[in-house]
Design a protein around this ligand. Structure first.
Ligand SMILES: *Cc1c(COP(=O)(O)O)cnc(C)c1O
Length: 378
């Protein structure tokens, strides 16, 4: 049952099929048991270790950055664009200029909206010789100027966890064009087995180097391959359903929907509106969301917040599992004002993956309740 060589059997089929379906053209792939472990292998492979400065997006699911923290890195958190929640080129440039010793950049395409500046950020990273770790866990199938997300990172990592767009129960994929990084990630997470053929002289069996075992379960790979067949349809459905919801809510005075550049495509991992307090007579968003929920509208606030709100980035806490850098920078809640604003103004709607003809009525009922509920609020 176990696929010892992570590039054979169903693992190889998954890597090939994933690249084909997403239009990726990366030279090397690796299946892993989670994106967290894939990101860990990626940071480790590019040389992140105790004291390494890592310029990281300050608003994301924490696992974009915590694997580097676990390796002892010194994360420098970067602010995001307040409309999209994604990194801007200028912020990365500013950070690299202020911290010339940065050893890696970590970013995420938040909520499936592809980072619009990713090409310039990748080019900047290349020109400075700083590896870019691209977390694509929200953005399977999203693209920028026709190039699929996952094409830009020195290492690009996707999650296949159950909530993600290609669910395999648990799992992750790493891609790179660099054979040395690929081999290093194999050493970190797969005992050092090389692509095809028996383990070579440098593998764990001879040297004892390596030692973590983060291979993907073959049944998870089978699940992922079957889910990939649905991905195109799921993305089309999400796009159409999101468009219908956006259209039905266009006249709600306290909601706006930031537009993507016409040449970019989102995966709609989440569907977010931006709250405009002026359109609601200055009412706090918590009250508006509470009123909507009372009216039966399934909306939520962003409860995660920027990474600066997490204890591990605020205090020199001791982790029971990691050897954290005792000199790492510490932050306060509002240190990244744009990230804070993005969260504070996010209204999160459900995303509908099913056929538009099936969910059309549900979307219309949601829109109707939103229209009625505001009139009912004094
Ligand atoms: C889910 C997620 C991860 C972690 O993925 P796992 O496969 O559960 O380890 C990492 N980064 C982002 C942005 C995620 O959403």
């Amino acid at each position: 049952m176990s696929v010892i060589d992570p590039n054979q059997g169903v693992s190889e089929e998954l890597l090939d099929e994933f690249q084909r379906r997403l239009g990726l053209q990366r030279s090397y792939g690796l299946t892993v048991n989670s994106a967290t472990n894939g990101l860990h292998a990626a940071y480790r492979a590019v040389g992140v270790g105790p004291g390494s400065q890592v310029a990281a997006i300050g608003y994301t699911f924490h696992a974009t950055v915590t694997p580097a923290l676990d390796l002892g890195a010194h994360p420098i958190l970067m602010d995001v664009d307040s409309l999209t929640g994604n990194l801007r080129y200028e912020e990365v440039l500013r950070t690299l200029n202020a911290h010339p010793d940065v050893q890696a950049i970590g970013l995420n395409h938040n909520w499936g909206v592809p980072c619009a500046d990713i090409e310039r950020i990748a080019e900047l990273a290349r020109s400075r010789g700083v590896p870019l770790i691209e977390d694509c866990s929200h953005a399977h199938g999203a693209s920028v100027d026709g190039l699929s997300v996952g094409q830009f990172g020195t290492v690009s990592v996707f999650s296949l966890q159950s909530k993600k767009l290609v669910p395999a129960g648990e799992g992750g994929l790493c891609f790179t064009d660099d054979p040395v990084l690929h081999a290093a990630m194999l050493t970190v997470g797969h005992y050092g087995f090389k692509r095809s053929g028996p383990p070579d002289d440098e593998s764990l069996q001879q040297t004892g180097i390596g030692g973590l075992q983060n291979r993907m379960h073959p049944l998870a790979a089978v699940l992922a391959v079957s889910q990939l067949r649905r991905l195109g349809q799921v993305l089309r459905n999400r796009e159409q359903n999101a468009a219908r919801l956006r259209g039905a809510l266009h006249d709600v005075p306290y909601l706006t929907f930031p537009e993507l550049p016409a040449t970019n495509r989102a995966s709609h991992y989440a569907f977010r509106a931006r709250y405009e307090p002026k359109g609601a007579d200055g009412d706090p968003l918590v009250d508006v969301v509470a009123a909507l929920r009372r009216a039966g509208v399934p909306v939520e606030l962003d409860r995660g917040g920027p990474l600066t709100s997490k204890t591990i980035f605020q205090e020199q806490v001791d982790s029971p599992i990691s050897r954290l850098d005792p000199t790492r920078p510490l932050y306060k809640d509002h240190d990244l004002p744009n990230a804070h604003e993005f969260c504070r103004r996010s209204v999160i709607f459900p995303v509908f993956s099913r056929d538009p003809t099936v969910v059309r009525d549900v979307i219309d009922v949601i829109a109707e309740r939103i229209h009625i509920s505001r009139k009912a609020v004094p």
